[in-house]
Ligand binder design. Structure first.
Ligand code: C2O
Ligand code: CU
Ligand code: CU
Length: 535
């Protein structure tokens, strides 16, 4: 274990409070942990002084300007490069970035207007870009072996590693991989519902540490129907990318990689097999930020970009009231009708489109966004300081959308079962789907374009399951009706421990090779991924 990266394992060992274990005692604790299955990952503990909450202003990621807008589409360029940023006040943190910032720049686009992004890889390792939630032709979907190699990287698509145990690479030669050097054009038709997407790295075996180092950004798709609704907009629409991180003594982001160069040996140290958690909550890259708000309605476009941390968000006023979180949209766009929450669970990779109303909040007081699943500092996420009265002509229409699919069980041409469970991988620990580790060469699901299917997903511990290309609806959870936050069209479902959920979808859009996988990024890197071939 690297120095200055002691671990706390409050939940598992029942240690309360903010006291972490030292790195030395962390080792013996990890030995004890090795005998039991990793239920949740261990939490890294930062070795720098952390700022008090609600002091740093909330940054809004810059919207990227296209380099050209001709021919019915927009063309962007993004350079993937190392950069330094001051995420914590007075601390310089080296990052891997899209275009020099974390989060990367936001791309704003219109439904049906094609976007091409030329990515240039100036990082020291291969990368892959995936637009999460995009209805994207397979060639641009970021299949994990479709690498963009950096300038000096050897020609073979993947280098054999020398690891053993759970760190053994399961990259094998993939004859279908399309590898490019230095640059690649990704084309996104964006012929899909208006919603918040995000782009992130998807490199075979190394997705989790690459996202952790900063390779994530937002992509918003808009359309006229949504614009006509009168929802809060402009400065009253806020993207919130929530992600936990931890900081080493030198200011770098701590991460328990077996190979910190991320060149050869994938995997993380033993205590983190269940997923990597940090002790700092960043929103748009700022620690526990604060945003000065009008006493009016706001539209919060929330993404959980954490590798493994789940949240249950609540908005609490200084006088202890919980404000309604009125959900208007899910991963794949607007709901048919709003759903009101007091507590909003959000798993890694999920997005929630939420309206919050500050009009009754006393001027000068705060509304804190808290995480009920956190403890100590990770209970806090961010705050709004309600600064002034203001006119508000926004509305939340009772009918938000009328274009949601009406799939019924009887439409399904087949039902498939998948288990998501811990298992053995190369003699060590892995995370498996249907008992198997990911293999690019194996066909797991083959379905016909246009087929409707019901999938039954069974979990051992928490697994946020994501399907590429398609949106789906939740039919049931362990034989009971879906939960309130399952409403609408989703691309990621949070399976809870021991749960068996049913989802229904139609595989339309494009033929080709896609994926489904757990979006606990460490589980994903430890082989909890499978092929989805649409023919
Ligand atoms: Cu957000 Cu396959 O990923
Ligand atoms: Cu995806
Ligand atoms: Cu998982």
């Amino acid at each position: 274990m690297p120095e200055g990266r002691g671990v706390t394992r409050r939940r598992m060992l029942g240690i309360g409070g903010a006291l972490g274990l030292t790195a030395a005692s962390g080792l013996s604790a990890s030995a004890a942990l090795a005998r039991r299955p990793p239920i949740t990952g261990a939490e890294l503990r930062s070795a720098v002084t952390l700022p008090p909450p609600f002091q740093t202003p909330l940054p809004i990621p810059a919207v990227l300007k296209p380099v050209s807008t001709s021919g019915g589409g927009d063309h962007y360029r993004i350079t993937q490069r190392e950069a330094r940023a001051e995420l914590l006040p007075g601390v310089t943190t080296p990052l891997w970035t899209y275009e020099g910032s974390f989060p990367g720049p936001t791309i704003e686009s219109r439904r049906g207007r094609a976007v091409t992004v030329t990515h240039r890889n100036e990082l020291p390792v291969p990368t892959v870009v995936h637009l999460h939630g995009g209805r994207t032709p397979a060639a641009s979907d970021g299949y994990p072996t479709d690498l963009v190699l950096p300038a000096g990287w050897p020609d073979a698509p993947s280098r054999p590693g020398h690891g053993s145990g759970h760190g053994a690479p399961h990259v094998m030669h993939d004859p279908r991989a399309v590898v490019t050097r230095l640059t690649r054009d990704y084309t996104f038709p964006l012929d899909q519902r208006a919603t918040l997407l995000w782009y992130h790295d998807h490199r075979m075996d190394f997705t989790a540490p690459a996202i952790w180092r900063g390779l994530a950004g937002l992509h918003i798709v808009r359309d006229d129907a949504e614009a006509a609704l009168g929802l809060p907009a402009g400065p009253r629409e806020l993207p919130l990318m929530i992600a936990d991180r931890a900081f080493a003594a030198d200011g770098s982001l701590a991460y328990p990689s077996l190979d910190p160069t991320l060149r050869e040996r994938p995997g993380v140290h033993e205590p983190y097999l269940g997923g990597v958690l940090g002790d700092v909550i960043l929103v748009n890259g700022a620690p526990w930020p604060v945003h000065e708000a009008d006493a009016a309605r706001y539209r919060l476009r929330i993404l959980n970009a954490s590798n493994a941390r789940h949240y249950e968000l609540e908005a609490v006023t200084d006088d202890g009231r919980r404000l309604d979180l009125v959900q208007i949209g899910a991963d794949q766009g607007l709901l048919a009708t709003p759903v009101t929450h007091r507590l909003l669970p959000i798993a890694p990779a999920e997005r929630y489109d939420v309206i919050i109303d500050f009009s009754d909040v006393p001027i000068g007081s705060r509304v804190r966004l808290l995480n009920r699943l956190g403890s100590g500092r990770t209970r806090e996420v961010m705050a709004f300081r309600v600064a002034r009265r203001a006119a508000d002509d926004s509305t939340i229409p009772r009918t938000l959308a009328t274009d949601l699919p009406a799939w019924r069980r009887t439409d399904a041409v087949r039902v498939r079962d998948f288990s998501f469970r811990a298992g053995r991988l190369h003699g060590g620990h892995g995370w498996l789907i249907g008992g198997l580790p990911f293999d690019p060469a194996r066909s797991d699901v083959t379905t016909r374009l246009g087929d409707v299917e019901v999938w039954r997903l069974i979990a051992d511990v928490h697994h946020p399951i994501h399907l590429h290309l398609v949106g789906f609806q939740v039919l049931s959870r362990s034989g009971r009706p879906p939960l309130p936050h399952d409403a609408g069209l989703k691309d990621t479902i949070s399976l809870r421990p021991g749960e068996a959920a049913e989802i229904i979808t139609r595989f339309d859009g494009y033929r080709g090779r896609y994926l489904f996988h757990c979006h606990n990024a460490e589980h994903e890197d430890m082989a909890m991924m499978a092929n989805l071939e649409i023919i």
